[in-house]
Design a protein around this ligand. Structure first.
Ligand SMILES: *Cc1c(COP(=O)(O)O)cnc(C)c1O
Length: 367
C-alpha cells in the first residue's frame, strides 16, 4: 500500500466536444461553487497486484462502476480540496499543494486506501490544469477549485479493504461563496451530535465525516445559523471545528487561540498558514483546548474580540454570533474585526499573487 517509486506518466485523451467558449465565459462570470465542471478529468487506476497504473487525462464524464462497488456500501473514500489561481500576468498557481498531497496520503492510510505519491499528485494537477487552463478565472475571490479523490472500486461487498481503487481529479470554477462580500455569520452549538470521536476518522478528509455532519448542519440552519459548531465527542464541552472549517479567536490581550490538533479535528492547510501569518504579525498563537463556555462568555464579556473560521473554500470566514439552546452571544451585525480582515487580505493576496510569498507557498501549475 505504499506510494509507488516510479513516477506515473499521464496519457492525454482530449475531449472532442469542449464547452463552447461562450458557455464557458458565461459560467466564469458567475461560477458559484461546485456547480460547473471543466472539460477534462484525471483518472488513475490501482489494484493490489499492479499498484497505480493507467494514468490518464480524459474527457469529463460519468464513471461506470458496478452497483456492488465497495465505495457505495462502506464509504471507503478520501478527498482533497485546493484551488488554482490566475495571477495578473496570466500565469496559473496553486497554494501549498504538497501539503494536500501529504494529507491525502495520511487520509488514505486511515481509510486503508492506497497512497498516491506527492510527485504523482502534483503531476495530476498540472496535467488537468494545463488542459483546462481556459477555465481558471481571474479576479479577486475567483479560482478553479480542484477536487482530487480516491475511492475503493472493487466489485465486492464483503467488509475488508478493497483490492481495487481509483484516483480522480476534477475541477470546478469557483466564485465568491458569499453573495454580499465577506459578512460575519452565526454558528450553532450542536449538543446532540459530534463530528468525530477519539480514534475515529476526524483527522482524515473522508466523505463519511461529511455525511455525519449534514443533519446537525440542517439543525443549525433551522436555527438561523450558517454553520454548526461541533464539540468534542468525549465531554461535549470543548470546541472541535465549525462545519468543515477550523476555528480561531482573538483575545483582548492579542492572543490568537485555536483548538489543538487532538486527533478529532482536521488539520487545515489554511489553519497552518494563518498560524504562521499571525506569528509574523507579532500575535501570540495558542493551540490548546478551548471550552465552548469560554467562547460564549468571552464573546459576551468582551474578552474575545474576534472569531473566524478557516478553510480553502471560504478562506477566512468571520463569526460574529454563537447560538445554542441556552442562549445567544454576540451580534450578527457586528463589523468584521481588523485582525480577521488583515489576515484574510494577506492570505488571499499571497494566493492571487499581489502580496509577497515569503515562504514559497505558491506552486506554478501551467508550465
Ligand atoms: C478540509 C477541511 C478543513 C479545512 O482544511 P483546509 O486545508 O484549510 O482547506 C477543516 N475541517 C474539515 C473537517 C475539513 O474537511
Amino acid at each position: 500500500m505504499t506510494a509507488d517509486a516510479a513516477p506515473l506518466s499521464f496519457q492525454r485523451h482530449l475531449t472532442e466536444t469542449p464547452a463552447p467558449t461562450k458557455t464557458r465565459e458565461r459560467i466564469l462570470t458567475d461560477p458559484g461553487f461546485g456547480r460547473h465542471f471543466t472539460d477534462h478529468m484525471v483518472a488513475v487506476d490501482w489494484s493490489s497486484d499492479r499498484g497505480w497504473h493507467d494514468a490518464r487525462l480524459q474527457p469529463y464524464g460519468p464513471l461506470e462502476m458496478s452497483p456492488a462497488s465497495a465505495v457505495l456500501h462502506y464509504g471507503q473514500e478520501v478527498f482533497e480540496g485546493l484551488k488554482a489561481y490566475r495571477h495578473a500576468d496570466g500565469s496559473i498557481w496553486t497554494f501549498r499543494p504538497e501539503q494536500n498531497a501529504a494529507r491525502l496520503q495520511r487520509s488514505a492510510r486511515r481509510l486503508a486506501l492506497p497512497e498516491l505519491s506527492t510527485a504523482d499528485f502534483l503531476e495530476s494537477l498540472r496535467v488537468l490544469v494545463s488542459a483546462d487552463a481556459a477555465w481558471v478565472p481571474s479576479g479577486a475571490e475567483r479560482s478553479l477549485y480542484l477536487r482530487p479523490f480516491i475511492i475503493a472500486n472493487e466489485t465486492f461487498i464483503g467488509v475488508r479493504p478493497a483490492r481495487v481503487a481509483a484516483y480522480y481529479a476534477i475541477a470546478s470554477p469557483a466564485g465568491f461563496s458569499f453573495d454580499e462580500g465577506v459578512k460575519p455569520v452565526s454558528i450553532w452549538v450542536s449538543t446532540e451530535f459530534s463530528r468525530a470521536g477519539r480514534g475515529g476518522t476526524g483527522a482524515a478528509k473522508s466523505g463519511g465525516n461529511y455525511a455525519a455532519s449534514l443533519l446537525p448542519q440542517q439543525e443549525a440552519q433551522r436555527n438561523g445559523c450558517a454553520q454548526v459548531l461541533f464539540a468534542d465527542a468525549e465531554t461535549g464541552t470543548r470546541v472541535d471545528e465549525v462545519g468543515s472549517m477550523n476555528i480561531f479567536f482573538l483575545t483582548r490581550e492579542n492572543s490568537l487561540v485555536t483548538p489543538a490538533a487532538s486527533g478529532s479535528i482536521l488539520e487545515g492547510i489554511t489553519r497552518d498558514s494563518v498560524i504562521q501569518l499571525a506569528r509574523d504579525r507579532g500575535l501570540r498563537v495558542d493551540e490548546r483546548d478551548v471550552l465552548i463556555s469560554e467562547l460564549c462568555d468571552g464573546l459576551a464579556g468582551g474578552e474575545i474580540t474576534e472569531i473566524f473560521a478557516t478553510g480553502t473554500a471560504g478562506v477566512i470566514t468571520p463569526i460574529a454570533q454563537v447560538k445554542s439552546r441556552e442562549g445567544t452571544w454576540g451580534r450578527v451585525d457586528a463589523a468584521v474585526g481588523p485582525v480577521t480582515r488583515e489576515l484574510r487580505d494577506e492570505l488571499t493576496g499571497i494566493q492571487h499573487g499581489h502580496r509577497a510569498d515569503r515562504y514559497g507557498w505558491m506552486w506554478r501549475l501551467d508550465e
